[in-house]
Write a protein that binds this ligand. Sequence first.
Ligand SMILES: NC(=O)c1ccc[n+]([C@@H]2O[C@H](COP(=O)([O-])OP(=O)(O)OC[C@H]3O[C@@H](n4cnc5c(N)ncnc54)[C@H](OP(=O)(O)O)[C@@H]3O)[C@@H](O)[C@H]2O)c1
Length: 186
Amino acid sequence: MTTQYYTATTLDGFIADPHHSLDWLFQFGEEATEDFPAFLEQVGALAMGSSTYEWVLDHLIRPGADHAQPWPYTQPAWIFTTRKLETVPGADIRFVHGDVAPVHEAMVKTAAGRNVWIVGGGELVGQFHDRGLLDEIIVTIAPVTLGAGKPLLPRAITTPPMRLLGTQVYGPFAQLRYAVDKAHRE
Ligand SMILES: NC(=O)c1ccc[n+]([C@@H]2O[C@H](COP(=O)([O-])OP(=O)(O)OC[C@H]3O[C@@H](n4cnc5c(N)ncnc54)[C@H](OP(=O)(O)O)[C@@H]3O)[C@@H](O)[C@H]2O)c1
């Protein structure tokens, strides 16, 4: 069982623009996410911050959404928020706040041997890393820069450095997979 941060990023390290737009990614169609179905099959539990959840609501779920589709996950999803947010009928969504460690424990139990996916944003992933709970980072790099936006991972991970586990090419995208040393703490 592995706790993974799987995401697409710009070459300059942003996962969304300053206004939470992913248009820079959607211009490529499905190419960036070629391996995503195989990745998702191994996931038993996932977590995301409230901005990411609200992006999903706005762009996939709500009436008039530009990429309309049903809630995309069969796995239980933990949403981190200090606010009261609407849920999605039929989806297994659990709202949580505060320390990520007890939430991770519940996710691991529920995942029952499958992987835990931290969807983002970067600061939430950083909170898992701070508690020594992040095993792998899988980033698919889009050939664009934004200059500003929502950060990939606002933490210093320097010593020991991450270990490169693999590389893949999907059309114009490079995917890098790194192992994070769990003993590392800032
Ligand atoms: N490129 C990609 O593949 C990709 C992947 C994932 C996400 N994204 C996008 O990247 C953007 C990320 O947005 P973001 O940087 O704002 O991050 P986010 O993690 O989606 O949302 C941050 C918010 O989550 C809540 N939160 C975080 N940690 C919490 C905790 N421990 N307890 C309670 N609440 C907590 C807080 O909001 P409240 O308490 O106010 O609710 C916080 O402001 C989104 O637009 C998303 O769509 C892109």
